[in-house]
Structure formats: C-alpha cells, structure tokens
Design a protein around this ligand. Structure first.
Ligand code: HPA
Length: 266
C-alpha cells in the first residue's frame, strides 16, 4: 500500500470513513478557521512523513469534521518551499486528501497586493498564477503524468461558487493573478515593479506548488489570498511577518463568512 493510502487509513480510523467534500489549506494567520470545525484534530506529528512546518502563525494539524453541515478536511499549516527547498513538500498531504476520497481543494494564503484597488484586510481569488520562483514540484516525477495542463488550473466551478457566496454576503472578492516568489525574504521594490509589468495582482510565497500538485492528482482547486500589505515600495511601511500575522485575521474573518456561505449553499 502507498504511504498516502496507509496514512489515509490511519486518519479514517480516528475520524471515520466519510469522504470530506472539501479540503482546505490555511495560510499564515488564518488558523482560526480550523478551530471552527466540529471534528477530530490530528497533529501532523502523529502522521509519519508529514511535513513538519515551523512557521509561526501556522498550527500544524489536520482537522476533519463538520463546518456548516459539510464534511471538510482542514490542514492547519503548510510546508513552504523556503523552509526546506523542496517544492513538493505538500505532495503527501494532497495525496492523502485524494485517498480520503476528497476531490476539491481550497487553498488560502497571506499575500501582498500589487493593485491599488485591493487593500490590506481584503481578499483576492486567484484566477491564474505565475511560478516566478522558477521551480516546480513535479521535477523528478518519472511518468508522462508530469505534463500537467495548467490552462484552466484554477477551477471555474469552484470559483463561481465562491464568487456567488461572496456576493451573497456582500464581501468583495476580486479575481487576479498571484505571483509566487520563493521567499523567505520579502520582495524588493524593483521585483514588485517587475511583477506588476508581468501581469501579477498579488505576490506570495506559497500556493502555486500546491495548485500544480492538486492538478497532477486530479483535484479541483481554487485559492484565495488574504491581503496583508501592499507590495514592497507601494506604501510607506515596512513589510514584516508580524504585520502578516496581525492583518491576516481581518481578511480571515471575511474569508470565513464567504466559506461558510459557500458550504451552506453546496
Ligand atoms: N510578499 C510575499 N509574501 C507575502 C507578502 C508579500 O508582500 N505579504 C504576505 N505574504
């Protein structure tokens, strides 16, 4: 049996067999959502081979249970490329999700905005991305399955559902292009100007590898950024991880409103 199938069984022995209808990966400062789920919490440390993420503002545990009457699987933290230099670090968690019978994934992250009309505390849903970090989580994958089409990677159906939920709740959810920088240093003002010229609307240090892996594994995927700051050089402020953690909960509250509505209306 594959490692992910083994771990899926272990998880099912604790949380039950019913497949989650939606998987969620929570970004920096967005961990509060996991506490809202009525269910079973399993620390990553109980799951052999799981990425041990040490980023403050993440709570590394998997919570499986009920949110608005829908069974969800929430990953309270993610591994980032900048922690270990391995963009495929999140592959096992996503394989487990597939093996639990879940076919849809919502990724969340904290990001810097490149657009004057998308401000800190607001949200942006990704309609496309740029893998500016220059690596790919499928490097070394031996089969032809590695040639994953990315034309419509951000699922139109999931996005339509989330947009409708946002509109129903009166929450602004503009769509845009997310540009993945490796981090962990923040961008320079010149890099932000370059990203804007390239067509990006937001920048961040995660999510893109997971979108690629999700498509590889056949999961439908959408992603929402919580904007915690303007891109470097765009505002008269010093960008910091403390700021990310402080501002993220503002957007997280909006995201929770949208998500709850989305799940209720499923
Ligand atoms: N850049 C990269 N990652 C981020 C930012 C940013 O400005 N804000 C929050 N995460």
């Amino acid at each position: 049996m594959s490692k992910s199938a083994e771990l899926a069984r272990l998880i099912q022995s604790r949380a039950g067999d019913e497949p989650p209808r939606l998987g969620l990966i929570l970004g920096s400062g967005l961990g509060h959502l996991a506490d809202q789920v009525q269910g079973v919490a399993i620390p990553y440390s109980d799951l052999p081979g799981f990425p041990q993420t040490g980023v403050s503002g993440h709570n590394p545990r998997l919570v499986i249970g009920d949110l608005e009457g829908v069974r969800v699987a929430v990953f309270g933290g993610r591994a980032h490329y900048y922690e270990h230099g391995n963009p495929a670090e999140m592959r096992l968690p996503l394989e487990i999700l597939r093996d639990l019978g879940c076919d849809s994934l919502l990724l969340t992250n904290a990001a810097g905005s490149l657009r004057d009309d998308i401000r800190p505390g607001g949200l942006m849903m990704l309609n496309d991305h740029i893998a500016f970090a220059g690596t790919n989580p499928l490097i070394g994958e031996p089969t032809d399955a590695r040639f994953v089409p990315m034309t419509a990677a951000h699922d139109a159906g999931l996005r339509a559902g989330l947009s409708a939920a946002a509109q129903a709740e009166g929450v602004d959810l503009p769509e845009g292009v997310y540009c993945w920088f490796s981090g962990p240093s923040f961008e320079t003002p010149a890099e932000i100007r370059a990203a804007r010229i390239l067509g990006a609307d937001a920048v961040g240090m995660s999510t893109v590898p997971e979108v690629i892996l999700a498509r590889f594994l056949g999961l439908r995927v959408a992603a929402v950024s919580v904007i915690t700051n303007m891109g470097a050089g765009m505002a008269d402020e010093q960008i910091s991880h403390d700021q990310t953690k402080a501002v993220a909960p503002l957007g997280a509250a909006k995201l929770e409103t949208v998500l709850r509505r989305y799940l209720r209306d499923l």
